[in-house]
Each structure stands twice: as structure tokens, then as C-alpha cells.
Write a protein that binds this ligand. Sequence first.
Ligand SMILES: Nc1nc2c(ncn2[C@@H]2O[C@H](COP(=O)(O)OP(=O)(O)OP(=O)(O)O)[C@@H](O)[C@H]2O)c(=O)[nH]1
Ligand SMILES: [Mg+2]
Length: 471
Amino acid sequence: MTNNDTIIALATPSGMGAVALIRISGKDAIGIVDKFFRSKTKAKSLLKQKSHTIHLGHIIDQNQIIDEVLISVFKSPHSYTGENVIEISCHGSVYIQQEIIQLFLQHGVRLAQAGEFTLRAFLNGKLDLSQAEAVADLIASDSKASHQIAMQQMRGGFSTEIENLRQELLNFASLIELELDFAEEDVEFANRDDFQKLITKIKDVLKRLIESFAFGNVLKNGIPVAIIGEPNVGKSTLLNTLLNEEKAIVSHIPGTTRDAIEDELIIDGVSYRFIDTAGIRETKDVIESIGIKRTYEKSAQAQLIIYLFDASVISYKKKEEQIRLLGLIKGEIQKIESKFPDKKIVIVANKSDLLSEKETEFLIQNLDTSLLLSAKNKEGISKLKDELTSLVNIGVLSNNQTIVSNSRHFEALNKALVEINNVQKGIDDKLSSDLIAIDIRQALFYLGEITGKVTTEDLLGNIFANFCIGK
Ligand SMILES: Nc1nc2c(ncn2[C@@H]2O[C@H](COP(=O)(O)OP(=O)(O)OP(=O)(O)O)[C@@H](O)[C@H]2O)c(=O)[nH]1
Ligand SMILES: [Mg+2]
């Protein structure tokens, strides 16, 4: 990855559109574009224009007008990449886009690699590494929650915190290493009380960030919600109704669903992944058994479980029979609750359309839930959605609490915590300064990996390869 050449890429999605944006960055960006630009009003050189100005004119190749365009000029260091940047807004025909890009490719510009503009921004100190990664998250964000996490990370909240702690730790490392030079005189430059305080503070911050990951990751990728229950209670119908799409096969035959079927849906700005599962029952059918095993696995992985049952079993029944049947349902619910003691289980009664008013009232009085709906007739669905929203605590987000959603950061935070714990142990065991210094260096390394103070070619390659071209 060299940093001296001039790169070009389409920044808008490929294909036809009203307008397209082509971005060029590098030392010679302005000069190269200037050779092929003719202003519409008066002759002017782009090289002489101020930064952050826009110019209307033509892109011309051998006296042929390719397009009428708007050119934005950004001069180093006041640009996204920190280099000279030209942005060409042209008409969104695929032909025009390609003609313009080809023209510059033939005159000393090369095609940018994925994420190369942002990589340059990072290398030129415009962004730290976690901020650069947040740019990719921001582009990929598809819900209010994931957008908020990415924005927060881009503002640099959490990398500033890490960087400050790293600096403090670095100061101590230098003092302790200085002590090594005076080993014979038995001096202590680093105040041990202050050092202990710092280690405790770093540990607390690391732990908090590591814990936030579970929540951040779930919000970013969708909260998994498993829909479970006995066969034929309407699980697949509920999935279809939620998604507004005939995603899963519905039939009156119990045991229709074998494999888990999932899809995403955004409710109130939070993304969920609903998982329809095979109905739970005793069965000799080999394939169905595998499906049921999978139901339990999916439930274990899910953040929330919707336990659905068929409320219509009590219709046209005598009171004693209703009570007995409800007892059976409650027994099933208890079994599920004891199987997943740590999970939030939402109990939902389905097929409310088959109940009389009296039966509905009986149910509501005798159940711990007021979630009664008809998946088939799409009734009572908004109440279920409200329940889900109230269960997901997005308060953490609005509190501006830092949330880690990037698995690379999560890994580095965990490694840093291991090293900090080693430092702590070293202090407790009264190890000599030279041994403690080694652990401190390791912790500094992992903390630096998060903000990009410590980087390797491999690390950068991995991160920026996941970007889109043109960003
Ligand atoms: N009246 C009524 N029928 C429903 C309702 N929801 C589902 N059904 C019917 O119940 C039957 C079973 O529905 P499914 O959605 O396939 O049930 P399931 O729980 O996915 O069943 P399995 O995949 O076999 O475990 C179908 O005939 C549906 O039309 C409802 O709200 N009211
Ligand atoms: Mg089904």
C-alpha cells in the first residue's frame, strides 16, 4: 500500500442513478483533473482555486465533451483523506461514470482498493483506527440502534478514553523502566499507590467495555428471538405475519416446520432476528427429532423466547375442562422456563379469533400474560411489538454509554484485561519491576491495537478489505 499515488473510485453505488460521485485523492489529484476540465463561465485553473469550492464545467477528452459536471476541490490537509481531493458529480449514466474513470486511469491515476480512502485518512491522522472502522459500520447501519452505536464510535468517545488510559499507563511504564536503570540504588520513581489506582481504573473501564459487547453485538446484528411452542399452534403463521411475507410454510398438519427459519425485522428502530422453529413434541420421526433438537439450540442462543400456545383448545369446553387444559399449558410453560432459567420468555396465546368473549375473559383472568393475538387475522400484533420494545433496554444507548460492537475491539480489550490482571498479580505478589514492566508493555500493545497506535500491515489489510470501494 503506497501512499504517494493518486487513486480514483466511484463513491456512489454502481449502476444508473440521477447523479454519480467520483472521488479522486492524492498529491496530483487537482492537477490531473485540471487538464481535462473546462469551466463553463471563464477560463480557470483548478489549481488556483481555494479549498472547499465548487466549479461548474465540462470534462473534456480530446475536444469531446464527456459530461457537464460539478467539481469540488478539497486541498490537503483539509479533506477526508488529508490529501488533495477532487470530487466529480456527474450524470449518473453508467457509460459516463466509466468514461470519466477510464480517462483518469489512462493519465496516471489508479483504481482505489476497498477502503483505501479511509485507510489514507487513518494514515494521515484524520481518524483513529476505531473511528475508521465506525465509518464502515455507519455505512452498513440499517437501524436506529446500529446507527447510534456507529455514530458514537465515530465521534471517538471510546477510543479517546482508551488512548488517555494508555498514555497514563505509558508514563508509568517509563518511570518503572527508569527504576531499572537505578536498580542498585533502590529508588521508586513510580508512586505505587497512584499506579495501583490507575490499574484499578483501567480494569474497570475494560470490564465495562467488554460487557457492553454482548449488547452492542446483538443490537448491531439483530436481537435473536426464537418463536417456540407445540406443533400447530401457529408459530410459522406468526413469523409470516410479523414479516408481512409468506416466508415459512403453514399447514394444518402438525410438524410442518422442520428446519429453523429466520429473518430480520426492525421494530421501533431496533433490529430483531425472528426464528421460527419446529414444534416441540414427542416424536419417532427422525427428521422431526433433529428439528426439535435444533429448536432447543436456537432457544439457547436467542436473547428472547416467544412461547406460543393455541388458546382455542379451550373453546366450547366446560369450565372444569378449561381449567384442566389451562393447567396443562401452564405445565408446559414451566418446563420451558426451567429449561431456560436465564432467558426472558414472552408467553403469547394465539388463535384468539376462535374464542368467544367469555372464553377470552376467562383466559386473561387465569393467565400471567395479556398477550392474546390472532396471527392469522393479524390482530394483537402491535401489542406484541410494544412488549418486545419495552423488553429491549435501549436506555443504555440514549445515556450515551459507550458500547463496543466490533469483535476486533472486543478481542483486544479481552487480551488487554488479561495483561492488566497480570500486572495486578505482579503488584500483589511484589514482583520485581522488570517483570511487571513486561506485562505493562503487553497491555500497552493491546490497548494500542484498538486505537491504531500499534498497527501491522496484516491488521490494516484485514480491516480495510471489508470496506466498500470508494470509501
Ligand atoms: N384460526 C386461526 N388459525 C390459525 C392461527 N394461526 C395459525 N392458524 C392455523 O393453524 C395451523 C398451523 O399453523 P402453523 O403456523 O403452520 O403452525 P406451527 O406452529 O408453525 O406448526 P408446526 O410447524 O407444525 O410446529 C394452520 O392451519 C394455520 O392456518 C390463528 O391465529 N387463528
Ligand atoms: Mg411451523
